[in-house]
Write a protein that binds this ligand. Sequence first.
Ligand code: NAD
Ligand code: WQD
Length: 342
Amino acid sequence: MNILVTGGAGYIGSHTCLRLIEKGHQVSVLDNLCNSSHEPLRRVELMTNSQIPVFIGDVRDADTVASVLRDGQFDSIIHFAGLKSVSESFDKPTEYHDVNCIGTLTVARTAVQLGIKRLVFSSSATVYGNQDTMPIPENAPTAPTSPYGESKLAAERVLCGLQDECSSFSIANLRYFNPVGAHESGRLGEDPRGVPANLMPFLARVAAGVYRELLIYGNDYPTVDGTGVRDYIHVVDLADAHVAALSALQKRPRRITWNVGRGVGISVAQIVSAFERTTGINVPCRVAHRREGDIAESYADVTRITEESEWRPHKDLDSMVRDLWRWQSLNPHGYSGASTPT
Ligand code: NAD
Ligand code: WQD
């Protein structure tokens, strides 16, 4: 397939570009680099001995989107471009709706107008909000608790509406749980700007000595050991779920909503132990108050994706923390560091 990857320079997008090229697909990227750089794509090119056409532009800009889509003659789109910070979305709700919802509408509507057949969308488990029963199936009621979550749900609805109007247009809404880890080569990984808000990149920087200690946000939840439980999925397994979604849409035009996780809940304390056991590095931790807005547990019911595709998660928690640590060790300053491998 000839695929446009919006947001392809980002964390999940760059890993997905790599997997798509390894599987023989042709890939181009549209990204405004607001949370990324050219470097991950340069590395993907080196790793695959290929060239990736990169268009610098904003997915909300209808003229840019139309010209990129028209010139590229794509048959499929994977739409990663978006803003992803829950906390930032409370400060900038309009910006989040604009980029995540209007950006999605702009890309998808132009795709329909140009006869592009399929689009895979980066949705999020955050559309579920607080759920009483675990694991969470796709038909659980949606109840996002942040502007970020609302914008993702609104984008899903925009796509479903377009698909209702045009049955030859296929869509897949992939609801990611907690993507973590890095490519096993240590050449691609997550490079958050500023202080990482998420557990795994912060833990890696504590282990590297950048931060003194990891704050464990609460140990009095009704979970296996009192710490928060999530469904962590290796970013390479997640990348492969996009390949599976495209291939399912290629076989039969339709609308898909899939959870993408491992269906396994893991606690913060279990992550820290796995990291210490796997790397041999001690991670100083301190228990702190619960983080506002956090829930005790969230993990996916993955029956649907495993029944409707051949996709399976292959990488366990030890792989996630081992690959995270390799990435952190080889790239102490992320993609902007001088000692980065080429
Ligand atoms: P990321 O920030 O690393 O990648 C997003 C990419 O989109 C970046 O390269 C950024 O420059 C680009 N971008 C942002 N706004 C743009 C715009 N207006 N026009 C063009 N490009 C734009 O994030 P990621 O972790 O790779 O996430 C990718 C997608 O997956 C996002 O839509 C995010 O909401 C979704 N998602 C992420 C997670 C997660 O935990 N990482 C979980 C669920 C869903
Ligand atoms: C995981 C666990 C924390 C940091 C967020 C978004 C979600 C999705 C993924 C995009 C929780 C605990 C964390 C720390 C800790 N993104 N923790 N100390 O909150 O599940 O999900 O990222 O769609 O929408 O909400 O992920 O990595 O922040 O937290 O104890 O320094 O680790 O309390 O239990 P979260 P996280």
